[in-house]
Design a protein. Sequence first.
Length: 300
Amino acid sequence: MEFIQAFLEYLQYEKKYSKHTVKSYETDLIDFRDFIENTFQTGIEELHYNQIRTFIVYLSQQSLSNRTINRKLSALKTFYKFLVKTEVIEVSPLAKHKTLKTPKKITIPFNEKEISKVLEQFDKQEPLDFSLLRDKTIISLLYSTGIRREELIQLKVKDVNLSQNTIKVLGKRNKERIIPLIKKVKEELELYLLKRKEIETTNDYLFVTDKGKKIYGTFVYRLINYYFSIVTTKVKKSPHIMRHAFATHLIDQGAEINAVKELLGHASLASTQVYVNSNLKKIKEMYNQAHPRSNKKKDL
């Protein structure tokens, strides 16, 4: 357990992982340790890959998807890299492990028409009370900035700079980034902040419930799911789909992928590349129409 505890402290204090992520690692590692000790009567620092393969077979027999198994093995790979780094072992038993094949997940973002329809529903009800104005501002902010659900929840009033038309966002691993606000969203925030002053609250978080409490993950998910269920039949209706729509629509309009990467707070370009790949059909259509040797081009 001492190796696992040292690893968890490393993730929390040095890598600045969230408590939720650290807890997830802890659960996976303890399950793995218990299996290994019961099956091989040995410590997890003394394993060979063949023994880990037994664990993989065990996970598969539990009817877990390859995606879930890969997530668990990713935690193990990170753990063994830590043991190598701290010189507990010389070589990771997972060094040459290849991830299991998984079906590609296709995320279909909300289109511009669907988002416009949702926002138009609020416009028909003006003047808006606090709840409706808050909901509209949340939807507008998610779509116009691409911030994550947790980033939205953690926003504080002081993070909004209306004079500079920006918000300061605290992202993963406590990395801050500044995101510009478009004029319409700035105006919505101004109205919301005025209404917010009428709510009895002692906290300084930007978005609060009707009772002045900090909003939470399920609250934001239900909000997006409720309003978009009115205008779309898409299966997935979540805050992440809003983030996906933000990135996809920016790239559709010709935004540089590196600029989108910075706005999204991605550590690597590979993460942002997903949004380009999701738009591959449109890119192919443009290519076929524009390329000199395309069969679709008519002879002059």
